[in-house]
Design a protein around this ligand. Structure first.
Ligand SMILES: *Cc1c(COP(=O)(O)O)cnc(C)c1O
Length: 460
């Protein structure tokens, strides 16, 4: 492990390169118009630096690539499945694991198995696919995150925390039997990549235990969350990230994992549980939606890469540089007076589009607009996390009007260098200088589910 007084520099060297496309502004204007001002609909080859997501965009290590060659592509009982199962048990401590093609495959299983129509599912802020699967099973999501999570300027270090009063009030109102589980995310993506503290997690465990309610862990970025606990929580600095990861998991009853984030693979996920009955049901249902329970929609080689990626994700040098790179970009933007969500999150920097473009009303999609302008300026692709992502209330059909109207600059793991961070910062600063000239968008096509992926827009 590197001494902590040395800078966070990338703890790897590069042995293969992938050239990037440089484009002209004229080219980007045409490409963006054709994509309906939706960065999800741009072609990758028209993008210079791709900060759309940290999902499945990581660079695998030489060890992972070597593992790919050891893929055992048997239909049933592949040796790579057993390696993955052992990694999940060793690093996360869950008893039973079922692979899925990615996180939402696991969300589908857990929601179908545990949620009945009329149930309430409390969570520390919603996530798009997680909430949709809860709703498709007849549940209703209830937000129990601390109020400060909705304030981009509040610098509380654990904005992923649960407000225990909100949870207690929900239990009182609906009764524990209406709450199949509490959904706890480490870190909270939609709040700007904010961690939950170990202390808060323990308090949630205590309260749910009293009422015999499960905790299902959305553990997509649990290593990043654990690293923030090590860095900022009192009495945790001497522990390893790996130890804290294991303790966080031990405070929950099961999990859904998108291994495309923390676990450094391009595809993969799993559902985990400590309950035999839930495992048995999941093992049966996975056959319908993903594949046999020893491959869950994945190739053997994918499971091997995931098993190795899990071990690398808790490596101290890796996690320090991963979060260090994100902080480097965030601090640079803050120093230039750019409004970003504070504190800086662990997987990306979130621009506060309401403060960046105060003259554009939320119904004219300021974050969608800002993402489009950033692409035009230098070919940096980002993502909207505001009114478009929030969608509509399933009962009233009204648009949700989230307090946070954000543009996410998500940093893929081990992919870009510090020099790329400098280019990104320069482009954001340049767009900020011209912000008064920017006008909003109107939506011309709206898909029924998760509209942010495929909606089309026009300039007003
Ligand atoms: C990405 C993500 C998911 C869904 O996982 P996929 O692999 O994209 O299906 C769920 N929860 C959180 C917090 C995520 O970031």
């Amino acid at each position: 492990m590197t001494e902590t007084h040395t800078p966070w520099a990338e703890p790897y060297k590069i042995k293969m390169v992938e050239p990037l496309a440089m484009t002209t502004r004229e080219h980007r204007e045409k490409a963006l118009k054709e994509a309906g001002y939706n960065t999800f609909l741009l072609k990758s080859e028209d993008v210079y630096i791709d900060l759309l997501t940290d999902s499945g965009t990581s660079a695998m290590s030489d060890r992972q690539w070597a593992g790919m060659m050891l893929g055992d592509e048997a239909y049933a009982g592949s040796r790579n499945f057993y390696h993955l199962e052992a990694a999940v048990q060793r690093y996360y401590g869950y008893k039973h694991m079922i692979p899925t093609h990615q996180g939402r495959g696991a969300e589908n299983l857990i929601s179908r198995i545990l949620i009945k129509p009329g149930d309430i599912v409390p969570g520390n802020m919603y996530f798009t696919t997680t909430r949709l699967h809860q709703e498709l099973s007849g549940g209703t999501f209830a937000d129990i995150i601390v109020d400060v999570a909705h304030d981009p300027n509040n610098t509380f270090p654990f904005k992923g925390n649960v407000d225990l009063n909100k949870l207690e009030a929900l239990i009182k109102l609906h009764g524990a039997e209406k709450i199949p589980y509490v959904s706890i995310a480490t870190t909270v993506n939609m709040a700007g990549g904010q961690p939950i503290s170990l202390e808060n997690m323990k308090a949630v465990r205590e309260l749910t235990k009293k009422h015999k309610i499960r905790i299902i862990h959305d553990m997509t970025r649990v290593a990043e969350n654990a690293y923030m606990i090590k860095l900022l929580e009192k009495g945790q600095g001497h522990r390893s990230t790996a130890e804290i990861v294991l303790e966080l998991c031990s405070l929950t009853d099961g999990a859904t994992m998108s291994a495309k984030k923390d676990a450094l693979v391009n595809i993969g996920g799993f559902m985990a549980t400590n309950e035999w009955d839930v495992f048995e049901e999941a093992r049966n249902q996975v056959v319908i939606y993903e594949g046999l329970h020893t491959y869950g929609g994945l190739a053997g080689r994918d499971m091997e890469a995931m098993a190795i990626g899990i071990s690398e994700s808790v490596d101290e040098d890796h996690i320090r540089a991963r979060v260090g790179q994100v902080f480097y970009l965030g601090e640079k933007l803050m120093a230039a007076g750019i409004p970003i969500v504070k504190p800086i999150g662990t997987h990306g920097v979130f621009l506060d589009a309401k403060a960046f473009l105060p003259h554009i009303p939320q119904t004219s999609f300021p974050a969608q607009t800002l993402a489009a302008e950033l692409y035009l300026d230098a070919g940096v692709r980002t993502m909207e996390r505001g009114i478009v992502s929030a969608g509509r209330n399933k009962d009233t059909g009204e648009n949700y009007l989230p307090e946070l109207e954000l543009v996410r600059l998500t940093i893929p793991r081990r992919v870009y260098t510090q020099a790329h961070m400098d280019v990104i910062a320069a482009s954001v600063i340049n767009v900020h200088k011209q912000r008064e000239k920017i006008t909003g968008l109107k939506m011309t096509y709206e898909p029924k589910y998760l509209r942010f992926f495929q909606a089309l827009f026009e300039k007003i």
